[in-house]
Design a protein around this ligand. Structure first.
Ligand code: GLC
Length: 429
């Protein structure tokens, strides 16, 4: 297919004595994307491959790793109706707002032309995140769920046969191994996790609160931030730092995904909460923990359930793009089976396509992905509402204040609930 396309191009170019520019799909598109440096390098090589195969040049607009900063740098051009970026990645929690603002091009007309099917993708994710008022406005690139990373070698060394199933066990094991490790490494921590004031903190809070039987909303979708289970969960999060001393004090000032990953990767933590992406980087040459890491479900509270927040990144086309046909070619390429397989094998990302989990390469090289597959069906979603970023900002601020000890968990969540209700009411007026 690719070859015949190229041959036609070459034949036409010769016939018309033109340089190779035979299709309106050719041209240039811009892609805005962030991530860890190694991930961005991988994207560069992918885009070169895409250009080689299609003749479409792609300008990469690099963003940082932090989701909130990525959102900020993206909404400025989108709000202004600029032609660039044509294509971008969106955190699952932005899509409601982007769709309601009319910034996303509907994909169905382009899909119909190409007989593009969504059936290979996780249907729960497509329904929850990519469909707005019955229209498909995005496609999933990879799915995320919060995981527990652990130092398998250290657990064995200290006589533990499996990772902790409960939070109480995690604390107990951490206290013991941290004390022992500190004899030779004073900077060793039992458990590192995302506690800085940003979106990642909402994800960790949602995990602790859900594991404790709480959650952000009740079954009817009404906000329930200050329910007793949530207060208990936030107390526990604070205790990890202030009482048990197994999480570093800069948890609430600095710890985001990359800080957690680098602390764990440099050999300075026993347990870490992170997304699947950290796996690939932990296994890189030069990583102090290469070959020493295990992955499991985050612990439950005794008698309760395990909980993981549903995360993940989705691709969309700007309504203001001036090259939508080429943009669609790029989107199709990025969600294609081969590219998704490459993401899984090279970056450890969990494919949004279900048809990859049984691929022999996956089973051979990243078997843990097969085990993770089921987590995505039960992972807890954050509310998919257009005003989510406002709610999130409020919650981030209050939960972070409780971690820092400037408000009690009960006060912090009471305020978050009151302010949250105001946001919901304002939006609905
Ligand atoms: C990951 C998740 C995303 C989440 C973010 C929080 O990138 O995929 O959904 O919002 O982390 O930092």
């Amino acid at each position: 297919m690719r070859h015949s396309y190229r041959l036609v191009c070459i034949a036409m170019a010769i016939a018309l004595s033109l340089t190779l520019s035979c299709s309106k799909e050719e041209g240039r598109v811009t892609l805005m994307i962030g991530g860890a440096p190694a991930e961005l390098d991988y994207w560069e090589t992918l885009l070169e491959d895409f250009t080689e195969n299609t003749g479409i040049e792609v300008g990469l607009m690099r963003q940082p790793t932090d989701t909130d900063q990525r959102r900020q740098s993206l909404i400025i051009p989108l709000e202004a109706g600029e032609g660039d970026p044509d294509v971008f990645l969106m955190d699952i929690v932005w899509i409601g707002q982007f769709a309601a603002s009319g910034w996303l091009e509907g994909l169905e007309p382009m899909m119909a032309v190409d007989n593009f099917e969504t059936s290979p993708f996780f249907s729960r994710v497509i329904d929850l995140a990519d469909t707005y008022e019955g229209r498909l406005i995005a496609l999933p690139v990879y799915v995320d769920a919060g995981l527990l990373y652990y130092r398998a070698d250290l657990l064995i060394e200290y006589g533990f046969t499996s990772p902790p199933a409960t939070w109480a066990d995690l604390v107990k094991i951490s206290v013991q191994i941290q004390a022992a490790q500190r004899m030779t490494n004073p900077d060793f921590w039992g458990f590192v996790w995302q506690g800085a004031q940003y979106e990642g903190l909402v994800c960790t809070f949602l995990e602790f609160s859900t594991a404790g039987g709480g959650g952000l909303v009740d079954d009817s979708g009404a906000l329930t931030l200050d329910r007793p289970e949530n207060i208990a969960a936030l107390n526990f999060m604070r205790d990890l730092i202030a009482t048990f001393g197994i999480s570093r004090p800069n948890t609430y000032t600095e710890m985001k995904e990359e800080e957690v990953r680098s602390t764990f990767q440099s050999g300075n933590a026993l347990f870490g909460r992170n997304w699947p992406y950290a796996w690939g980087l932990h296994q890189e040459d030069g990583s102090a923990v290469k070959g020493l890491v295990g992955i499991s479900l985050l612990p439950a509270f005794s008698g309760g359930e395990h909980a993981a927040t549903l995360g993940g990144w989705h691709i969309g086309i700007s309504r203001s793009s001036d090259n939508k046909e080429a943009a669609w070619q790029l989107v199709k390429y990025i969600v294609s089976r081969d590219v998704q397989l490459g993401f899984a094998l090279n970056l450890g990302w969990n494919p949004a396509r279900q048809d990859i989990y049984n691929a022999p390469e996956i089973v051979e090289h990243v078997p843990h992905l097969v085990q993770l597959r089921d987590i995505f069906d039960s992972a807890v979603a954050r509310p998919n509402v257009p005003y989510y970023s406002l709610l999130s900002r409020e919650l981030q601020q209050r939960v972070n204040a409780a971690l820092a000890g400037t408000a009690t968990p009960a006060e912090a969540l009471k305020t978050a609930q009151r302010e949250g209700i105001d946001i919901v009411d304002r939006y609905r007026q």
